[in-house]
Ligand binder design. Structure first.
Ligand code: KG4
Ligand code: ZN
Length: 384
């Protein structure tokens, strides 16, 4: 079957076509992501209404490109005013289902993808399945080519056995969550951030250091030349027995560190080496708390595997540390390919497929109900 995925929860307009053949064969036929990073950079973060406006401008072009790349024609005139049945072409014939992000995310941004999905569903009589964005991140681990980690490989089939219970560390610009996955669709929130998400902390610390937005990649880049032990920064909530996180205090500690350093050295700006040391020290602190608390929770809940996902899962320090610690403690460990760490629609299409396979009926009626959406959807107990 072929699934069209649509993702507009934040600042990426993304459309993908996924093909599932037989029991284990997942092919990403196309995965188009149009990033708005440049637009939001000057604001130091994503502006919801601007994001929505950009999605409206871009979604048709991204959709058409995704179809063309997947070899489905002719989508180009789908919205040109010609009678829909005449132009539906490959899309009408070949797409079996539409999977669209319902939440969590920015309300105005989500509405663009949802409305687009519902319009397509209405025009071409396709079923639509609503996908939880965080569940999408979890299933980014199954997107091919899947490498073997700890001698173990994910397949469609073992999504329903072998790896459960699993502990998911989902880390992005909006979320820092430990989610216990007892089985497909059975989720329990084990811990979360009480204030800033870890990606948000990377973005804010980058700003303090005069680096570009998004801060995560910028911090990791300069941290490579820094000494991560130079400045002992706090490890927030590390000693507490629960599995919650907090990143606003760490960000404030960096703010004071920069202020004091400048004052002590009589400088108006820090040099590259000083900034690299701060970036490396911050990165060490932020990732160490994630790794230690994840392993601790994995032991307490007796899980078989640990899965990393979300935009911050692109962080090499986090990937290496978590893989090593998971392995040393006997857990199966998985992390998405770098190209699927950020927001994309292939992961939404795949989560939609798993939802469908688990028995969730795509909603034919969703296309009529624009209000049937919860922008603050949380990943608990059941995905939707
Ligand atoms: O999942 P994502 O693409 O969007 C949200 O759903 O939020 O995550 C974006 C976040 C941003 O905060 C960005 O700074 C962070 O992921 N990020 C990183 C890295 N690459 C992206 N954080 C740390 N290290 C990275 N290499
Ligand atoms: Zn995300």
């Amino acid at each position: 079957m072929k699934i069209l995925g649509i993702e507009t929860s934040c600042d990426e307009t993304a459309v993908a076509v996924l093909e599932i053949k037989g029991k284990n064969n997942i092919t990403v036929l196309s995965n188009i992501v149009s990033s708005q990073v440049k637009l939001h950079a000057k604001f130091g973060g994503v502006v919801p209404n601007l994001a929505a406006r950009e999605h409206v401008k871009n979604i048709r072009r991204v959709f058409e490109l995704a179809l063309k790349t997947a070899g489905l024609n002719p989508p180009a005139t789908a919205f040109s005013g010609a009678p829909p049945r005449a132009v539906a072409g490959g899309f009408k014939k070949e797409i079996d289902m539409i999977a669209v992000t319902r939440g969590p995310g920015l309300g105005p941004a989500l509405l663009v993808g949802l409305s687009f999905a519902k319009t397509l569903a209405w025009l071409y009589d396709k079923p639509v399945i609503g996908v939880n964005h965080l569940e999408g991140h979890i299933f980014s681990n199954w997107l091919p080519p899947i490498r073997k980690i700890n001698n173990y490989q994910l397949t469609i089939n073992n999504a329903f056995c072998h790896i459960f219970p699993a502990l998911n560390l989902i880390v992005s610009g909006g979320h820092t969550e430990l989610v216990l996955m007892k089985d497909y669709g059975k989720y329990e929130l084990v811990g979360e951030t009480l204030d800033d998400a870890v990606g948000e902390a990377f973005d804010k610390v980058a700003r303090l250091l005069g680096l570009e937005y998004p801060g995560g990649p910028a911090i990791s880049k300069i941290a490579k030349n820094g000494n991560s032990d130079k400045y002992p920064l706090p490890r927030p909530m590390l000693k507490l027995k629960n599995y919650n996180f907090s990143y606003s205090g760490l960000k404030t500690a960096v703010l004071y560190l920069i202020r004091d350093l400048k004052k002590d050295l009589g400088l108006s700006t820090l040099n590259l080496k000083q900034r690299a040391d701060i970036a490396a020290s911050f990165q060490k602190s932020a990732t160490e708390v994630l790794v230690i608390k994840t392993i601790r929770a994995a032991k307490q809940y007796g899980v078989k595997s640990i899965l990393l996902s979300g935009g911050v899962s692109a962080n090499e320090t986090l990937r290496t540390k978590l893989e090593k610690n998971a392995e040393q403690n006997g857990f199966k460990y998985f992390q998405p390919l770098m190209k699927y760490t950020g927001d994309n629609a292939a992961m939404i299409a795949l989560a939609g497929y798993f939802s469908y396979k688990a028995g969730k009926k795509p909603k034919k009626d969703l296309k009529w109900d624009l209000i049937d959406m919860d922008a603050n959807l949380r990943l608990r107990n059941t995905p939707l």
